[in-house]
Design a protein around this ligand. Structure first.
Ligand SMILES: NC(=O)c1ccc[n+]([C@@H]2O[C@H](COP(=O)([O-])OP(=O)(O)OC[C@H]3O[C@@H](n4cnc5c(N)ncnc54)[C@H](O)[C@@H]3O)[C@@H](O)[C@H]2O)c1
Length: 250
């Protein structure tokens, strides 16, 4: 059964979109959730929306571009619930930029947000996950396995998330720790609604990666996260799961 009763779950980027949907799914399955992100007001709304669910939702600040923040979020979760069973590395942001216009600062910021944060959180979480036989679910993107125009840093970072998943899966092969990754296609979230596109962009290049079946509901993708994090997925380790309405099927 897909239950998280008594299990502690840290979800990053939990204030909206997929992260918020994952928080609700874990709480609905009885999980003890720490919802972490930058926007405390929105996190409070997410926690309030879970008030009637069987699990518990606490929340707190996290900027994944800070390694110290990543360590603190893991420590806060363990302090609150006495254990850590699941880490969901979900925080991320995609903006289209013409490669020759990208500044050094933008490149570094994109990599820090979309890749390094997941490493620092995993590094801090692994000792606790080894104690509980827990697992990590990373959120990459279809951009983790294919190229996207005007997205050099985002695509490189999401390929990095796929690589991080595989590297940890092998490094911890002899332990109970599981590490998996999902690669969503387009979801109808604030990210999709606020993405910036340069004036000079060629829309045909951008639309090459648009899914023919439209945007997915974040909750349907969150269901895959909770499945991979559950005991029902006990045989799944080091897996890169496409969740893209068949976009990359061929
Ligand atoms: N929406 C899509 O079409 C789509 C497609 C593929 C992959 N993804 C990935 O899914 C994940 C969730 O995206 P979403 O669509 O729900 O977007 P969203 O904008 O709704 O949510 C992103 C979350 O990340 C948080 N965040 C941003 N910067 C942060 C930082 N520095 N520190 C901590 N938290 C930060 C935001 O506050 C928010 O809670 C991201 O990793 C994104 O790259 C999204």
């Amino acid at each position: 059964m897909n239950t998280f009763a008594g299990r502690s779950v840290l979800v990053t980027g939990a204030s909206s979109g997929l992260g918020a949907a994952a928080v609700r799914r874990f709480a609905a399955a009885g999980g003890l959730v720490h919802a972490a992100s930058r926007d405390q007001e929105k996190l409070a709304e997410v926690a309030a929306s879970c008030a009637d669910l069987p699990g518990e939702v606490r929340f707190g600040p996290l900027d994944v571009t800070s390694a110290a923040d990543c360590r603190a979020a893991v420590a806060t979760t363990v302090d609150a619930y006495g254990r850590l069973d699941v880490l969901v590395n979900n925080a991320g942001r995609h903006d289209f930029r013409v490669t020759t216009d990208v500044t050094e600062e933008q490149w570094d910021a994109d990599i820090a947000l979309n890749l390094s944060g997941a490493f620092h959180l995993s590094q801090a979480a692994i000792p606790h996950l080894l104690e509980t036989g827990g697992n990590i679910v990373n959120v990459a993107s279809v951009a983790g396995v294919m190229g996207e125009a005007y997205s050099a840093a985002y695509t490189a970072a999401k390929h990095g998330i796929v690589g991080l998943t595989k590297a940890l899966a092998i490094e911890y092969l002899d332990t109970p720790l599981r590490v998996n990754c999902i690669c969503p296609g387009g979801m109808d979230t604030p990210q999709a609604q606020t993405i910036s596109v340069p004036d000079s962009a060629d829309w045909e290049l951008i639309m090459r990666v648009a899914a023919k079946r439209g945007l997915m509901d974040a909750d349907s993708v969150a269901a895959v996260i909770t499945f991979l994090a559950s005991d029902e997925a006990s045989s799944i380790h080091g897996s890169i799961q496409m969740v893209d309405l068949g976009h990359l099927a061929g």
